[in-house]
Write a protein that binds this ligand. Structure first.
Ligand code: P6P
Length: 340
């Protein structure tokens, strides 16, 4: 029986081996992991912890906040503000950035997170998760402001999520592949259960909210229609569909067995490029997917190359098995050339 490798040992060995993880970044990742353990415990209590249901507030997205959204956000802020590794934080649940208070030392990293993604699933006991992204402060000596966060996703130095499902699993990349750590509740620590995760280039499984079909653009309609035609159609194979309405759970399935996830632009709110947020949902998930050999675009360009204009901006997301993402992207480019 090979020895269990804890998250701490994995990070120390990564740091020692190739300097991929400076000590301040290692500290940051361990603090985020500890915060995810606390969130997992709160989520697991459910009704027994009085944490279900909605709070009397809305977030910057205009969405009614769940009690656990606010709890998870507070856990991440309180866990990370004192360590000296961060200059500031940004969250889906907060309008403005959170600058580390003067009573604590400021560090060189910026932490962004969706503290509890998929929260519409909380009250129905379906998997949800925390998504996080780490950037470095730009090299200059002025104070931190929102503009420091507006870096393309390719600038991330770490990204990951923690899925609160039948297991609590932390999935992480620092640019050297993707590793998965399952929470050993008896030991209270995350244990390495998968490393060098690879996504199959092809798939027979797509994830999209089919109820929006009449609102989609032509390229997405074409792609999904061909999948639905199965063996008799141009794809010459049958497809399966999954939609958990929790990005963390859908992405975890894709990292585990392949697939393609689509949340495209649609006509319901034509002024918005998509539903999902670029900085703390699409960017971290896209880096994880690319690090596992997959691809991630907004239909037109690589998500990690998008230059953000606003902290909470949204984006269309097509990510997963490389050949499928390239096909959907090709359909978008063909439609654009045809003036559709
Ligand atoms: P819909 C959850 O609210 C979320 O941001 C993602 O986790 C998920 O993929 C998507 O929205 C689900 O959206 O419109 O199907 O409810």
């Amino acid at each position: 029986m090979s020895p269990k490798i804890s998250l701490t040992r994995y990070l120390v060995e990564q740091q020692r081996m190739d300097g991929h993880i400076p000590s301040q970044l290692r500290l940051l990742l361990e603090v985020v992991a500890r915060a995810c353990k606390s969130i997992s415990q709160a989520v697991n209590k459910g009704a027994l912890g009085g944490v279900l249901g909605t709070a009397d507030s809305e977030n910057v997205q205009g969405e009614v906040q769940k009690k656990l959204d606010i709890i998870a956000n507070e856990v991440l802020i309180e866990a990370n503000e004192w360590g000296g590794h961060l200059a500031a934080m940004a969250s889906e649940e907060m309008d403005a950035i959170y600058v580390v208070p003067n009573r604590y030392p400021q560090g060189e990293y910026l932490l962004l997170f969706d503290p509890l993604d998929g929260s519409s699933n909380i009250d129905v006991n379906v998997s949800i998760g925390t998504i996080f992204s780490v950037l470095k402060m730009p090299e200059d000596d002025r104070g931190v402001d929102e503009g420091d966060f507006l870096q393309p996703g390719r600038q991330q130095v770490a990204a990951g999520y923690c899925v609160y499902g039948p297991q609590t699993t932390l999935v992480l990349t620092v640019g050297d592949g993707v590793a998965m750590f399952t929470l050993d509740r008896e030991q209270g620590s995350f244990v390495l259960t998968e490393e060098n995760v690879r996504i199959p280039q092809d798939t027979k499984e797509f994830a999209i909210n089919m109820s929006n079909m009449r609102h989609w653009d032509e390229p997405v309609k074409r792609y999904i229609d061909e999948c639905l035609q199965g063996k008799e159609g141009p794809r010459e194979k049958d497809f399966n569909m999954r939609w958990i309405a929790s990005m963390v759970a859908d992405v975890h399935r894709i990292l585990t067995r392949g697939g393609v996830f689509l949340y495209p632009w649609d006509k319901r709110e034509p002024g918005k490029p998509g539903k999902l947020r670029l900085m703390y949902e699409a960017n971290p998930m896209s880096w994880l997917i690319e690090q596992a050999g997959g691809a991630a675009t907004n239909g037109k360009q690589r998500i990690l190359d998008i230059q953000p204009g606003k902290l909470h901006e949204r984006v269309s997301v097509i990510l997963g098995s490389k050949n499928e993402v390239e096909r959907v992207t090709r359909y978008h480019n063909e439609a654009e050339r045809a003036g559709l």
